[in-house]
Write a protein that binds this ligand. Structure first.
Ligand code: ADP
Length: 637
């Protein structure tokens, strides 16, 4: 332990000498007679390793912390007098690094051992104290950094949440000023080639407020042009004539790179300069300013776009209702408001609560269950008819568009009525003509040519009668607002169809087979219309078949649907025609089928009937191999 410096502090010089004799000979020992003589002995280059303090120095007067302060940095061994109340030691033990005590008589082995241990432990104590000090300093620096990061983080959060720059920029300036403890801070933005002061703040003043005044600041101009920060650390007279002690200007950079403006902090009178750490922190804050401006720009665009969309929807002649993803009303057109009496405060309320129209609500429920753009007609009180379509946009909401089709419906009704009247009125004279033509043979013998003419006339009359019948049927199906439906078993319907076409098949030498399951094929439908539809498909399968051909009917229960397939091995349908055969009056032109009579309305009637049953129909066919018509009907469970 060479070179240790030990202080003995006591009034009693004899005691001082006694103790000195107990200390190692190589120690540098100094005896002081009073605590007040302390102060200089402690220096970092040559620290005192141990102080032996005579407690009698302190007795009889209150402990003075200022006196004790120099002792706080060093390990202490207390020299106790003959008698001392225990409690008198407590304040000392609480404030000093007491390594032990020496009790009279001082030359005992116990005291020596205490002294040796203290001399041994003292350097460790000093090291520990030093480390603690370093740790405290590091902790303080860390706390400050953390505080800075926290400030940056919270300004980031508040900027991200605010949509207007008038709100965000003053907050950013205030944060910059508080963080750097600058006298002043500001944001200058470049707008249309000019510099504008947009927010400024003096330290200790109330919060900054937005503003927009022309700014003349050559340093800011330089930062905008170069896109680099400027930091002045000593007293400088600026080109404007102003004197500053320290200044830090940072560019506010748009994510793409161009400079939008400047975030600056200035000390005009105070000589405190800005540090690199502050430059770093402020550049993060300047980035937030750029984010705030970008947010504001995007937000402005969205607002304009929303306004435009709102106006379009509002002015639309269609009734439009738009909901969010929770089916709460977002907005609606003026027409919708009038038609459905949507109250003005309906924004944010559930669609199903605000709209009180049964058909519309049913359609909306349908859209919720199967968001496949359901469409339907809605009859309003007073007889107006709307065609409504609901489009679901995943995670965004639904759009309900309704067009007023009252006039179209009326026209359609007039057209149907006209067709029906004309068809009906035509049928009566036609039946008469047919009757007379058939009687011709009985009226007298006809020659071969006359008989052939009669046959042709009868064929043509049959064609016209079929056409009129089909036209009347199609008109009726389409005019029926609601087709009466009942629970029925499809087996029954199919058996009827088979019975009806058995003779026709036999006449053409075609086999007609039907395979029916034991389990009932339950559907909800109109038996008469379903029989008509299936009858027309079977009729075609026989008509467009070859001699000795086959027609096979089978069914399948998928659990959700009943499928009926009508297969033939006739001429087949060219691919190009397959998409059109369900259209009205469409007939395939083939040499093989040219002579086969038909109106081109059969499959249009079938399609109409199946769709009224919420079913589907399609065909698969290959030329020369035959066709398969598949019919899908929802099951009635
Ligand atoms: P049409 O009264 O002419 O039979 P449809 O509407 O019933 O009218 O059928 C349209 C056209 O589809 C028919 O003209 C025929 O060319 C074709 N077609 C329908 N069914 C079959 C079938 N099973 N095989 C071949 N062609 C068919």
């Amino acid at each position: 332990m060479r070179g240790q410096r030990i202080l003995i502090i006591s009034h009693d010089s004899e005691l001082g000498q006694t103790l000195r004799a107990l200390l190692p000979s190589d120690a540098e020992v100094e005896v002081l007679s009073a605590l007040t003589a302390l102060g200089t002995p402690i220096s970092p280059t040559h620290p005192t390793s141990l102080a032996l303090v005579d407690v009698t120095l302190l007795s009889g007067r209150p402990l003075n912390l200022l006196e004790l302060a120099p002792l706080q940095a060093m390990p202490v061994l207390l020299i106790l007098p003959e008698s001392l109340p225990h409690t008198a030691l407590n304040p000392l033990l609480a404030q000093l690094h007491v390594l032990g005590v020496l009790v009279p008589p001082y030359t005992t082995d116990t005291n020596r051992a205490a002294l040796d241990a203290a001399i041994r432990n003292a350097p460790l104590h000093l090291q520990k104290a030093d480390l603690e000090q370093q740790l405290a300093a590091a902790q303080q620096r860390l706390d400050q950094r953390l505080q800075e990061i926290n400030v940056i983080y919270s300004i980031g959060k508040s900027v991200a949440a605010s949509m207007g720059i008038d709100e965000a920029l003053p907050r950013i300036v205030t944060t910059a000023v508080n963080l750097t403890r600058a006298e002043e801070g500001f944001i200058i933005l470049q707008e249309e080639g000019q510099l504008y002061l947009r927010a400024s703040h003096r330290f200790n003043e109330p919060d900054a407020v937005p503003q927009r005044t022309l700014a003349r600041d050559p340093v800011a101009q330089r930062v905008i042009q170069s896109g680099r920060p400027v930091m002045l650390k000593r007293e400088t007279r600026l080109a404007t004539g102003n004197l500053v002690q320290a200044l830090l200007y940072l560019p506010i950079l748009r994510p793409g790179g161009s400079t939008l403006g400047v975030l600056g902090v200035v000390n005009r009178e105070r000589t405190a300069e800005f540090t690199e750490a502050q430059l770093f922190a402020l550049s993060a804050i300047a980035d937030y300013a750029a984010v705030a401006m970008e947010n504001a720009r995007l937000f402005g665009e969205i607002r304009r776009e929303q306004h435009r969309l709102h106006s379009i929807v509002e002015q639309a002649t269609e009734a439009v209702l738009i909901t969010d993803e929770h089916d709460h009303l977002l907005f609606w057109s003026r027409t919708a408001a009038n038609v459905f009496s949507v109250p003005e405060d309906a924004v944010g309320k559930p669609f199903l609560e605000v709209l009180q129209h049964a058909q519309l609500l049913e359609l909306f429920h349908q859209a919720i269950e199967e968001p496949d753009s359901p469409q339907g007609e809605i009859v309003l009180p007073g007889g107006r008819v709307m065609n409504a379509q609901i489009t679901s946009v995943p995670e965004l909401g639904r759009v309900v568009v309704m067009q007023d089709i009252t006039k179209l419906k009326e026209l359609d009704r007039i057209k149907t009525e006209f067709v029906q009247t004309v068809s009906h009125d035509l049928r009566t004279p036609l039946t008469t003509i047919q009757g007379y033509v058939m009687l011709l043979e009985r009226a007298g013998s006809l020659n071969e040519m006359q008989r052939a003419f009669v046959r042709k006339a009868l064929d043509s009359l049959a064609d016209i009668t079929d056409l009129i019948t089909d036209l009347l049927d199609l008109g009726r199906i389409e005019a029926e607002y609601e087709m009466p439906m009942q629970d029925l078993q499809l087996q029954q319907v199919l058996k009827e169809v088979q019975a009806q076409h058995q003779n026709q098949a036999r006449d053409l030498d075609i086999s007609l087979e039907i395979k029916l399951p034991e389990a009932p094929l339950q559907v909800r439908g109109n038996a008469y219309r379903l029989q008509q539809a299936l009858g027309k498909i079977v009729d075609n399968a026989i008509k467009y078949n070859r001699p000795h051909g086959q027609v096979k009917i089978d069914t399948e229960d998928t659990g959700e649907h009943i499928i009926v397939r009508v297969k033939d091995d006739g001429f087949g349908i060219p691919l190009a025609d397959q998409a059109h055969i369900f259209e009205r009056f469409y007939r395939v032109i083939l040499p093989e089928t040219e002579s086969i009579r038909g109106t081109g309305l059969g499959l249009a009637i079938v399609k109409s009937i199946i769709e009224r049953h919420r079913g589907r129909i399609w065909v698969e066919s290959a030329m020369g191999e035959g066709s398969c018509f598949t019919l899908l009907l929802p099951k009635n469970n």
